[in-house]
Design a protein around this ligand. Structure first.
Ligand SMILES: [Zn+2]
Length: 202
């Protein structure tokens, strides 16, 4: 994909640029944290830009990730899910797509109420994301939530590590407030505080 101008301000850009030399915005969004801090005018410009990009190049990974994140931020879960599924199929090495897939897949439900089949799929996806990138605390946070609020609360056997071991592993980690907001909009648990008490929200 060749970028010729900034999606936000329209300044000219070279194909090798990753961000705008003029307004400093990123061309490709890779996390909810970045999108969540944007005003609605900028958000809509990104959304339009990614839609046009995917019309031209349906399997563009960076475009699909950006578009999926826009849909997730809007709460349009089925469209978000489709984008992340497509990335997993064509570029299985992108860790974010597994994590954000699970958010769009659960669609605001309480973890405890999902089916065993769904819980196993989510567990597999989160373990894959962690294997690909061990340094992102929200992947482990969501795995801990799944083990506690689905497996333990339903009286099912928990494959080690248990939820408290996972939380100890990410103790003191920094997570963006926007990332946490999106997580708890997409996935409900019995007690949010149980999972957040040892994390630093920034
Ligand atoms: Zn710009």
């Amino acid at each position: 994909m060749e970028i010729s101008e900034c999606p936000l301000c329209g300044a000219a850009a070279k194909p090798s640029d990753k961000k705008c030399n003029y307004c400093k915005s990123e061309f490709f969004v890779t996390s909810i944290a970045y999108l969540g801090n944007m005003d609605s005018g900028s958000f809509n410009k990104y959304l339009k830009y990614y839609k046009e990009l995917i019309n031209k190049e349906p399997n563009n990974t960076e475009g699909l990730l950006g578009l999926g994140l826009c849909y997730l931020q809007m709460g349009t879960y089925p469209l978000a899910q489709k984008c992340f599924e497509q990335i997993i199929e064509h570029s299985p090495e992108i860790s974010q797509s597994y994590y954000y897939f699970t958010l769009s897949f659960i669609k605001g439900r309480r973890l405890m109420s999902i089916s065993l089949k769904e819980a196993k799929l989510i567990e597999t996806y989160l373990n894959t994301a962690i294997q690909l990138d061990d340094s992102v605390p929200q992947y482990k946070l969501l795995l801990a939530m799944l083990k506690r609020d689905y497996f333990e609360m339903n009286g099912l056997k928990v494959q080690p590590p248990c939820f408290s071991d996972i939380l100890n592993n990410i103790q003191g980690s920094e997570i963006s407030k926007k990332e946490i907001e999106r997580l708890f909009d997409s996935i409900k648990v019995g007690s949010q505080q149980l999972f957040l008490s040892n994390l630093v929200l920034v």
